[in-house]
Ligand binder design. Structure first.
Ligand SMILES: Nc1ncnc2c1ncn2[C@@H]1O[C@H](COP(=O)(O)OP(=O)(O)OP(=O)(O)O)[C@@H](O)[C@H]1O
Length: 299
């Protein structure tokens, strides 16, 4: 379990993280979303004891990271995959980590197999692609078999197969009862993987809710085009729908597409288009972070 409460970090005049509170519970993939500069990395760095908060607390399993006796056994993290000693061989890199954290050496072979690096384990990391480094970083995160996993932008630089693999891995880790916190600015990816999303912009918490709820909040309804639109609008309104003219058609909320089709048929109105428009997390995100100067700059 991860818990941030009132978490705040300032750099000079910039408040990178401003009174942020959220939890990431066991058995759940929590997406941590925000545009570039929103404060995601700073928050994760505080969770992992790499930065000291100016106010508030960041706890892993109820304790600050720096108070954990054997951190790798409690929390596995992938922050910057490029941040490893290139001269080392993958297996040796993991052996050193295992030894310094009191983790049995057999775990090295296990995690190498789990991330698909067993065959290249004795090659030097300098020759690894970004995707291979990413996998090695994940192997290191899994080494201590921790109950909490923190991944900062894990799909950066991965090919579609790698993206699928990460998605499965995150879901699998949560299914085993681990708390998984995964940051991203690739919103669609998080929408597919995360059970909940925590959204920040300019250091502030903007949303913390089940993914479906955040999407529903920005549901754009169903777009309908029909031969006789005024007649259809009247019928739909009579059945409780909220109807607005849009794009030469009707934007309909409160009645599902199947029911719209049935009502049109019952009243002999030909439909020309019936398109449900569930907002992507991208839309939700733009709406939530619309006031964010950093976001506009990033966009
Ligand atoms: N060490 C630092 N010194 C000064 N300012 C910093 C430092 N680290 C971060 N910041 C500032 O804090 C804010 C949040 O940065 P942070 O890297 O946490 O955002 P982010 O959401 O992780 O963005 P990205 O997706 O680009 O990594 C930014 O305005 C950034 O410029």
């Amino acid at each position: 379990m991860i818990r941030a409460a009132g978490l705040t970090k300032r750099y000079g005049g910039t408040t990178a993280v401003d009174d942020v509170s959220f939890t990431a519970g066991p058995g759940v993939v929590t997406g941590f979303l925000g545009p570039n500069g929103a404060g995601k990395s700073t928050t994760l760095r505080m969770l992992l004891g790499l930065e000291e908060p100016d106010a508030g607390v960041a706890l892993v399993g109820g304790r600050p990271y720096r108070a954990l006796g054997a951190p790798l056994r409690e929390v596995g993290a992938l922050l910057d995959a490029g941040d490893v000693h290139g001269g080392r061989r993958a297996r040796d890199h993991l052996r050193v980590l295992a030894r310094s954290n009191g983790i049995p050496a057999r775990r090295v072979g296990e995690v190498l197999a789990e991330v698909g690096l067993a065959e290249v384990a004795d090659r030097r990391i300098a020759g690894f692609s970004l995707g291979m480094r990413q996998r090695l970083g994940i192997a290191a995160a899994l080494l201590g078999d921790p109950g909490v996993l923190v991944f900062d932008e894990p799909i950066n630089g991965l090919d579609p197969e790698g993206v699928r693999w990460i998605r499965g891995l995150l879901r699998g880790m949560a299914a085993e009862g681990r708390a998984v916190l995964v940051s991203s600015h690739v919103l669609e990816e998080v929408a597919r993987t995360a059970d909940r999303v925590v959204v920040i912009g300019r250091g502030r918490l903007l949303a913390d809710a089940p993914t479906a709820e955040v999407l529903a909040r920005f549901d754009r309804g169903v777009l309908v085009r029909a031969a006789d639109q005024p007649a259809l609008a009247a019928v739909l309104r009579a059945h409780g729908a909220e109807v607005r003219a849009e794009d030469g058609g009707l934007s309909v909320r409160g009645v599902d597409p199947g029911r719209i089709g049935e009502l049109a048929l019952a009243h002999g109105i030909a439909l020309r288009e019936l398109a449900p428009r569930t907002a992507s997390l991208e839309d939700a995100f733009v709406a939530l972070t619309g006031g964010s100067v950093e976001f506009r700059r990033a966009a």
